[in-house]
Unconditional design. Sequence first.
Length: 393
Amino acid sequence: MTVTYLRSRRELEEFCQEAREGGRLGLDTEFHREKRFFPKLALVQLSVPGREVLVDPLREMDLAPLDDVVTDPSIVKILHAASQDCEIFYLRSRKPPRNVFDTQVAAAMLGMGAQISLAGLVDSLVGVRLKKGATFTDWLKRPLTPRQETYAIADVEHLLPMHDEMVRRLDAKGRMEWLREECRRFENSDLYEIPDDSLFRRVKRFASLDPRGLAVLNELAKWREKEARQRDKPRRSIVGDEVLLEIARSTPQSIKELGGTRGLYPREVQRSGKAMLAAIQSGLEIPEDQCPVLRKSRPPGRDVELSATFVQSFLKVCCGGQEIDPSLIASSSDIEAVVHGYVQGDLNPERGPAMLRGWRNELVGSKVLAFLEGKIALRLDPETTRPVLEDVP
């Protein structure tokens, strides 16, 4: 198999013009993020009708024309499991991708499974079995082998035919606008950036601290975030979550005290001890009424747990009848939140689970509320022994 590379900005611009004229682009990336804060882009795979190409970002090639296409709302970008690819392009331009079509999300809306692989989807929709085997290869090593190149091209080779078929099926079910609504989340910068005042939420077991501890933890998390970015290293390699949590809890006031923290390496104390102590002090000086306060949710009572289990069964029946994966609608915790809110009389669609908004509410959410209100019943058909829904007179 002959693989085509785009090796200059001019060639990339010409290819991007083809995407503009056709109105869509198949897109995938290979990257490494082990031992790094920022993912290292190693390869870009692109497709337009009748043509698939590779772009090597390690050749110091100007990718600005591609960045422009990714953020152009007039061009559909077709990707599979798009989150990490979208993050990479956001980090490049600090602009979110626009008009994304995620084939994995589309598959869930068509009842094909919420986590179906690209290979499974290609097999199902196009009837082609992809040859895998280079998943954990070193994409940063050059030159790439023919096997690597073939594997990479295969990831975009069938995206456009899949897009044609999935759009046809989504239109037939009246769900194309649902897909657009769901994929608009990739256009929200908050998906890729966490506000400074919420960085403590990245630390495991943060909820074990009181408001003052959370204030200190957040200042420490802000320091760690800055260091990780500057050093381009994973957060945990700077200071682990367990260590950060212990420091926030014990609030050491000297280098000696700080150095006594279990799990904190002496070289990090030597390098960053003063900055960490300054972060601790900043957290201690935050006014009491400005410290983070977590909304303490009571464990659901036994009745709520039983009701949530019943609602989960109702949700599965609804989704099964609509041929959509229930995990795309709501998680177990979402269902518990809806039941608890209904029992307490404080359900708020704007603040509550997504099941009560947009296309999810249209498809299932409103039916769940009717079920809770006793307006819809779930029973077994005695002849087929299948669960059925019926209106309650």
